[in-house]
Write a protein that binds this ligand. Structure first.
Ligand code: ZN
Length: 201
């Protein structure tokens, strides 16, 4: 039986469905939203709708952007011959923070995971192969920067096999990244070193 009015229960449910938010935190957030002045609550709701309607995937690298082609892909200061493949948009941010990398990216939006039923067609692998296979492709190196855990490794190996027929170098982030770690939480220096010391796979 519900303790709160139905619409409040619904709001709590919505917060509780967010990653990392437990029932208690969801209640706290819902009460906070209820206590907001009308205008602010509306701004909050609109921010969700606006982000949802404006943010899309870059038609080249699949990173999140508000334009058809993202600022990194459209910048003429970035090296288009090197493509760093990451699993999530937030990993692009981490690598940009290391200031070590001047190439472009490809965001997979996930990793291969048989346990979670994520197969090659569920993430943006085909888009990467198409980029490499394109007639006007300038790509000469693909850096696999998926997390050094079981699924990240398997994804890197799968993609490197797919790219074998093409005349390009496929490398993997090197030393300093402990097995099972997460690119997002790796410090800038370790990530910079891992990029510098990447090895061919
Ligand atoms: Zn892009």
């Amino acid at each position: 039986m519900a303790f709160f009015p139905a619409s409040l229960e619904n709001l709590i449910d919505k917060f509780a469905s967010l990653p990392g938010i437990g029932r208690k935190s969801a209640q706290r957030l819902a009460f906070h939203v209820l206590a907001l002045p009308d205008g602010e609550a509306e701004d909050f709701a609109n921010a969700i709708l606006e982000a949802k309607s404006h943010v899309k995937c870059c038609s080249v690298c699949q990173n999140l952007t508000e334009t058809d082609i993202c600022p990194i892909c459209s910048s003429d200061r970035r090296d288009r011959s090197t493509v760093c493949v990451v699993s999530e948009p937030r990993d692009v941010l981490s690598i940009e923070r290391s200031h070590e990398y001047k190439g472009s990216y490809h965001v997979l939006h996930g990793v291969l995971s048989p346990i979670s039923h994520v197969g090659p067609d569920d993430i943006r692998i085909n888009e990467l192969v198409k980029r490499v296979a394109a007639e006007d492709s300038e790509i000469s190196e693909i850096i696999m920067a998926t997390n050094p855990d079981t699924e990240g490794e398997a994804t890197a190996m799968y993609i490197s096999r797919l790219l074998k027929p093409f005349d390009i170098k496929v490398t993997r982030l090197a030393s300093g990244l402990p097995m099972g770690s997460d690119i997002e939480y790796t410090d800038d220096l370790t990530l910079a070193n891992a990029l510098k010391g990447r090895v061919q796979i």
